[in-house]
Design a protein around this ligand. Structure first.
Ligand code: FES
Length: 218
């Protein structure tokens, strides 16, 4: 039998399975917490986007909701001065090297970045940090699939989807500002073992990947 517990998020008492990560408990209860890199079935949690911070009673510092297992009596706030500042800084950093072209983007209207900006009242265009435009090559070498690394937020969902549904041809490469997702050996998709399944596009939260001819496969 699974142990159920109760906790309080933003004043709302909710019930959850003990040990489930707070991020999913909140979302299941219609409480939005910004997030890009977390996924429910991850054994290892990358916690790399640093957007899902919350305050927890009894903890001195904000914690990431995607790595916090829920337990009986937890009291959580998804906002507050420190959390808002952390989310705003993380978002601004992310947007400082994201190619902003919403009106021509396939994710327009269904983009995680737009959702975060809207719910947290943040600007998509960085206000404090300079925009560090990248000019990486867009890969449209496989018919129906397009990858624009200039829009990639390095959440890693495409890598996992490719491992699960495709031939596992994607990975992170390089470090720091240069970090990108690419095929092994940095080959164009058409020269890799890409099967064209389109799972990368189905999970991309920001329109870096898009698929057209294969849409019926999802
Ligand atoms: Fe928690 Fe990215 S979703 S750090």
């Amino acid at each position: 039998m699974t142990d159920r517990i109760t906790l309080v998020i933003d004043g709302k008492t909710v019930s959850a399975v003990a040990g489930e990560m707070l991020l999913w408990v909140a979302l299941d209860n219609d409480i939005y917490i910004p997030h890009l890199c977390g996924s429910r079935d991850d054994q290892e949690k990358p916690a790399s986007c640093r957007l899902c911070f919350v305050e927890v009673d009894g903890r001195p510092l904000p914690v990431t909701a995607c790595t916090l297992p829920v337990s009986e009596g937890l009291v959580v706030r998804t906002g507050g001065e420190r959390v808002d500042a952390l989310v705003a800084t993380g978002f601004e950093l992310l947007m400082s090297n994201h190619r902003l072209d919403c009106k021509n983007c396939p994710a327009n209207g269904d983009c995680a970045l737009q959702q975060i900006a809207k719910t947290r009242k943040l600007k998509l265009k960085p206000k404090k940090l300079p925009v560090l435009e990248r000019d990486l090559t867009v890969d449209d070498s496989v018919p129906g699939i397009l990858f624009d690394p200039n829009k990639c937020v390095l959440c890693g969902h495409c890598i996992k989807a490719c491992l699960r549904d495709g031939n596992g041809i994607l990975g992170f490469t390089r470090r720091g500002f240069e970090r990108v997702i690419s095929t092994f050996g940095d080959l164009p998709l058409a020269e890799s073992e890409c099967s064209g399944c389109g799972s990368c596009a189905a999970v991309c939260p920001v329109g870096a990947w898009s698929a057209h001819l294969h849409a019926e496969a999802f």
